[in-house]
Design a protein around this ligand. Structure first.
Ligand code: 13P
Ligand code: SF4
Length: 324
């Protein structure tokens, strides 16, 4: 990494040049570092990123996100090179659901439609009937005939939210996101006292008691849209702090306060330690060296593709977001 320019702007320029030469596209999640979001061709939530991965004509996809996201891009693009700047960028939610345990769970409860949140491994997707993200989960559950029983994994908080919203009785896997479970309700209540007009905006991976207090619940993209379009001037945002970068552009002049977690850290906000493993330097090196690459065996890819494709078929991609 020694001879890399120290300034992010300069490294960003080199990355843009390299991207053109290699016909590569950079897809980044809102939880990535600001300098990574700034060099990306598309910044979005898990559904938007999957839709971009499914429709890109690039030869190389650099996925600035976590492993399950890049893996989904590879499942959709077996002939493209899919790169992840740091292969250790995992996810506590995905890790909470191993293939062996989940297979035993399904076998113990036969006759269920298996719906899995996209935050899981290819092995789990391969055991599923349909995948969903936080953007389309309600729609996916509602698409399943009312007489069918449903298993939902791995996020119990999203699962409970879906039960409440759709009125369906879901059999839940007991997994959770360590970032969204760490918000302190007590500290949020204190913030609400000092900012009585602030709207509480929460991601559905958060605990039910927090969601019960929220004025709006949605995916990261939906949260941004809500804050942008709502006439309120102050918002408390219960999701990973990386979202603040996009909000500075999309909702300038609004006061956006990151919801505090139990842990007292310098910024009192919540960061995903996996998402933050990616850096601009690692992104440059992975594009230059075309490594680390996401690889998947063909039989597993084919099994994991069907439930992802079913989700995409049910989710319309906004035309204005399509990359050329
Ligand atoms: P969305 O991208 O669907 O908003 O989910 C957030 C998340 O936790 C991704 O890991
Ligand atoms: Fe996984 Fe939570 Fe990090 Fe998203 S924020 S990648 S769900 S650990």
């Amino acid at each position: 990494m020694n001879n890399l320019p120290e300034k992010n702007e300069e490294l960003g320029r080199i990355i843009s040049q390299l991207k053109k030469e290699k016909n590569a596209v950079i897809l980044a999640h809102y939880y990535q570092e600001p300098e990574i979001q700034d060099v990306a061709d598309f910044v979005g939530d898990s559904l938007g990123l999957s839709q971009q991965a499914a429709s890109t004509s690039a030869d190389i996809i650099v996925f600035a996100g976590v492993h399950f996201m890049a893996e989904t891009a590879k499942i959709l693009n077996p002939d493209k090179i899919v790169l992840l700047p740091d292969l250790n960028a995992g996810c506590s939610l995905a890790d909470s659901c191993s293939r062996e345990e989940f297979k035993a769970f399904i076998d113990k409860h036969p006759g269920h439609v298996v719906v899995t949140y996209i935050n899981c491994s290819a092995e789990i997707k391969a055991l599923s009937d349909i995948v969903c993200t936080s953007s389309n989960a309600v729609q996916i559950i509602n698409s399943i005939p009312a007489d069918k029983s449903i298993i939902f994994a791995p996020d119990r908080n999203l699962g409970k939210y879906l039960m409440k919203t759709t009125g369906r009785d879901l059999l839940l896997w007991d997994g959770a996101c360590e970032v969204h479970e760490a918000f302190s309700l007590e500290k949020i209540e204190q913030l609400q006292h000092s900012h009585p007009h602030a709207k509480l905006v929460a991601h559905p991976e958060s605990d039910a008691r927090l969601l019960a207090r929220a004025h709006f619940i949605g995916s990261t993209t939906a949260m941004i849209q809500y804050i942008k379009n709502n006439s309120a001037r102050e918002f408390i945002v219960a999701t990973e702090a990386g979202i603040l970068h996009q909000l500075r552009t999309d909702a300038p002049g609004k006061l956006v306060i990151p919801a505090p977690s139990f842990e007292a850290n310098a910024c009192a906000c919540s960061e995903c330690r996996y998402m933050k493993l990616n850096t601009l330097q690692k992104l440059y090196l992975c594009l230059k060296n075309e490594s680390p690459e996401i690889l998947i065996t063909e039989p597993l890819r084919v099994k994991a593709l069907s439930p992802i494709q079913r989700m995409l078929d049910l989710s319309v991609m906004p035309r204005e977001t399509a990359l050329s």
